[in-house]
Design a protein around this ligand. Sequence first.
Ligand code: SF4
Ligand code: SF4
Length: 442
Amino acid sequence: MVAKTFRGGVHPPEYKELTESSAIEALPPPEKVIVPLIQHIGAPCQPAVADETVLKKGDSVCLGEKIGDTDAFVSAPVHASVSGEVMEIGEARLVDGRKVPAVVIESDGEDRPCESIQPAASLENLTPDEIKEIIREAGIVGMGGAAFPCHVKYSPPEGIELDTIIINGCECEPFLTCDDRLMREDPGEIVFGLQAILKATGAERGVIAVENNKPDAIEAMRAAVDGTSLEVVIVETKYPEGAEKQLIKAVTDREVPSGGLPFQIGVVVNNVATAASIARAVKTGMPLYERIVTVSGDVVARPANLLVRIGTPIRELFEYCGGFTEPPARIIAGGPMMGQAVGDLDIPVVKGMSGLLAVSSEISAYHEEEPCIRCGRCVDVCPAFLMPLYAARYPDDEALEYDPLDCIECGSCAYICPANQRLLARIRLAKAEAQARADAAG
Ligand code: SF4
Ligand code: SF4
């Protein structure tokens, strides 16, 4: 069977052998968690408990208790990932360097779940609005990295109907294997989550897309959808196969319009971990308070896939994995292609953090930038049909004529460039400027 794909893309070394055979291990709950009040795209939460009283230092919280919320529609509440006492409403630094408000909780070591958390009615007896409300209250956001609130994704503007839900099991970034392991170890939860999303949105077609370098995951997902109307679609192993617009093109042959969003063509894409979290919220009432993180890299003593409480300092994940065999040249949150360099091991795990990498200079070598030789390779690989060499001429105004807003920031151009041009870094700046001008123009 020919695997589906998109135009462009690159084939970086995979490095998945470091963790693909490592079954998911639960990291023991930490003594202290730092839960940021913004872990999503949208409005930040305010510290609050379920009855909307303000959360304060000294308050006792139970596992899964809501500790932050807002009235804004585009947002997602956050929850206590351990039971214990609120030490402070302080600050956390995020991967991108921002300092944001956060709730710091000292664990009592008991992991007391909230008594008020109860399973919902069976999926058959829930209405679409009830399912969306469960998803909202559980604080579920896209866990592949984008962290967009799911209840918003499932509520398109009037007049737009969603017909296809794609569950993204591509995991095309090198090193990462947390989605692969989830598909192999818990495929039934992913299927249940997809069925809940279909009911919430009214969409008819449900697809689980997996790259063809994950035969065990494909087999597990095929067995799990057996007897249902859901499909497992095999896509080519290529970066960035899991990017939203590229995956939609590969699976449905539809194109998201330039500057548009998937709902405009009736499609929603969610990561496999997101689907599994939705399943848990519907089945048990438990919100999103933990996630699987791949801890890998050539200088990690024992790379692993860890089930981790949100708010755990990333230092504890590396320590659990035996620390470093040599000082890392670079620590990265996410994958090496789209992830961000980390300079502070005290930052907490957040809902959208799928990987933590520590790599040597052999993998993370710095190469001097040389003049462009106009080879055109960046144009050949760009999955967004851009001309990166010209879009990267920013701050030259001419760069803005090359559609930087359509850049999905995959980094394929910078990866392939023989002259080591800092293409992505400059295109990001051009994109920010183009967005600012578009906003100013109304
Ligand atoms: S790949 Fe690099 S060297 Fe080749 S055209 Fe693009 S920017 Fe220039
Ligand atoms: S221009 Fe943007 S979308 Fe195109 S390859 Fe570069 S980073 Fe990816």
